[in-house]
Ligand binder design. Structure first.
Ligand code: ATP
Ligand code: MG
Length: 395
C-alpha cells in the first residue's frame, strides 16, 4: 500500500480508537488511484475540531471555522477536517454557512467533482458514491450532482475543472462543459488571486493546451485578465511547448501574445513583483535572443537559469532543437559567474587611484569585468591593482 497513506494511518487509527470515523479524502485518493504522486494528505473525520484537539497533544488551529485542525504527530503533520456541508453561496464565491455533520456521505456530496469526492478508510475500503472511480477510468471531469447548481454555488470550480484537465490529461464531461459555458460569467465574482492560482497549475500541466482550449471555448477566459486568446492558443498548437516548465510557458505565452511589457498584464493578475520581474526579464531576453546568441556577459549579468530558460523558449518559438550544452560550456568556462566572485570592491578602486568615489567606480568595475570575462585580465588582486594604476587613466 502507498507509503504516504501508511505514514498517516496511525492518525486515522487514533481517531477511530476514540469512537469517531476518519478517512483519507479528496485529491490524495484521486491521485493514489491514478498512480500519481500525492500532493498532500487530507483527512476528514466525524469528530469536531474541539474533539480532535482533545485526542492529540499537539495541534494548530489553521482553519477552525471551516473545521480544519493541523495535527502534529510523530509521523508528520496532517490536516484533519470535520465532515461538513456548505450552504448559501450568495455570490458564487465562498459558502455563507459551514455546518459540521457526522456523516461522511454528506461531506462527499459538497465536493466539486466525482473524482475528488471519494474517501478511503483505514482498511483501504473505497467509498465512491458518485462514480468517481469510473470517471477516473474514462478520464472525465464531472461535477457531483447538477453541474449548473455546483457552478452557480462556486464559480471557481469551473477554473478547477480546466486545471484538472491540464494536470490529469482528462476531458470535461458534456453536461459539465455545457454548464460551464452557461455560467462562465459568474467567474467575475471570483478573486483574481484565486483564478491566478488555478492558471498557474494549468500552465504546469501536461495537457496545458487542452485546458486552455476548454477555458477559451467555454468563455471563461473572457472573465479573467487578458492572457489567453484564440491567437495564442493557435500558435501554441504548432509549438513543442511541452518541453518548457510552467514559468517558461507563461513567458512563451507573453511573447506569443506580443505583450512586450508584461508588467501591466501580470499586475492585473495580481502576480507578485518577483514573478513579474522574472517574466519581464525572460521576455526581454527572448527578444534579445532574436538578434544574437547569448554570450558570457549575458550569463554574467542575468545568471545561468534565466539565460537557459530564455534559450529554451527561443528554441521552442523558432522550432529549433533546444541546445543548452553550448551555453553550459560557456558558463563553465567563465572565471567569474557573478559580482560576488570579483576579488576587489569599489573601495579598492578608490584607494588605488586616490580619487573620490563617483560614477567612474561602476564604469571601471564594468570594464574590469569585461576584461576578466574575455580572459584579458586575471581575477586576482595584484593584476587588477596594477591594471587600475597603470591603464585606467589612459583608457
Ligand atoms: P491538489 O492536488 O491540487 O491539492 P486537490 O483535489 O487536493 O488537488 P485541493 O484544493 O487541495 O485540491 O482541495 C482538496 C479537496 O477539497 C478536493 O479534492 C475537493 O474534494 C475539495 N474541494 C476543493 N475545492 C473545492 C471547491 N471549490 N468546491 C468543492 N470542493 C472543493
Ligand atoms: Mg490538495
Amino acid at each position: 500500500m502507498n507509503d504516504q497513506f501508511n505514514k498517516a494511518l496511525p492518525v486515522l487509527k487514533e481517531i477511530e480508537k476514540h469512537g469517531y470515523e476518519a478517512f483519507f479524502v479528496g485529491g490524495c485518493v484521486r491521485d493514489y488511484l491514478l498512480n500519481r504522486k500525492i500532493n498532500d494528505i487530507d483527512i476528514a473525520v466525524s469528530a469536531t475540531p474541539e474533539e480532535i484537539k482533545m485526542i492529540f497533544e499537539r495541534t494548530v488551529d489553521i482553519g477552525i471555522d471551516h473545521g480544519t485542525v493541523l495535527v502534529l504527530h510523530e509521523a508528520g503533520q496532517f490536516e484533519v477536517t470535520t465532515f461538513r456541508t456548505e450552504s448559501g453561496y450568495s455570490d458564487s464565491r465562498r459558502p455563507d454557512h459551514v455546518d459540521f455533520v457526522r456523516s461522511v456521505n454528506e461531506d462527499l456530496k459538497r465536493r466539486d467533482f466525482t473524482i475528488n469526492a471519494m474517501a478511503l478508510s483505514s482498511s483501504y475500503q473505497l467509498i465512491d458514491l458518485f462514480g468517481g472511480r469510473k470517471d477516473l477510468l474514462t478520464r472525465q471531469i464531472k461535477t457531483v450532482g447538477s453541474p449548473s447548481e455546483r457552478f452557480d454555488e462556486d464559480a471557481l470550480r469551473m477554473m478547477r475543472a480546466v486545471r484538472f484537465v491540464s494536470q490529469l490529461d482528462f476531458i470535461i464531461e458534456e453536461n459539465t462543459f455545457e454548464a460551464m459555458c452557461q455560467h462562465a460569467e459568474k467567474l467575475k465574482h471570483v478573486a483574481v488571486e484565486r483564478k491566478a492560482g488555478e492558471i498557474d497549475k494549468l500552465l504546469n500541466g501536461t495537457s496545458m493546451i487542452r485546458g486552455l482550449k476548454y477555458a477559451f471555448d467555454s468563455g471563461l477566459t473572457s472573465f479573467m485578465p487578458q492572457l489567453i486568446t484564440a491567437n495564442v492558443i493557435n500558435e501554441l498548437n504548432d509549438l513543442e511547448w511541452q518541453i518548457l516548465y510552467g514559468t517558461e510557458r507563461l513567458a512563451l505565452i507573453l511573447v506569443l501574445g506580443s505583450y512586450q511589457n508584461p508588467r501591466d498584464i501580470l499586475s492585473a493578475w495580481r502576480m507578485s513583483n518577483k514573478v513579474i520581474q522574472k517574466q519581464q526579464l525572460l521576455v526581454n531576453l527572448v527578444n534579445q535572443r532574436h538578434h544574437q546568441p547569448f554570450n558570457k556577459s549575458d550569463l554574467y549579468e542575468y545568471g545561468y537559469d534565466s539565460i537557459e530558460s530564455a534559450e529554451r523558449i527561443w528554441s521552442v518559438l523558432n522550432k529549433k532543437e533546444v541546445k543548452t550544452s553550448e551555453i553550459k560550456a560557456l558558463y563553465d568556462s567563465m572565471s567569474i559567474k557573478t559580482k560576488s566572485d570579483l576579488v576587489f570592491r569599489g573601495t579598492h578602486l578608490i584607494q588605488w587611484t586616490n580619487q573620490k568615489g563617483g560614477p567612474w567606480v561602476k564604469e571601471c568595475t564594468t570594464l574590469i569585468e569585461q576584461f576578466i570575462l574575455n580572459g584579458q585580465l586575471q581575477n586576482n588582486m595584484s593584476d587588477i591593482k596594477s591594471w587600475v594604476e597603470t591603464k585606467w587613466h589612459q583608457k
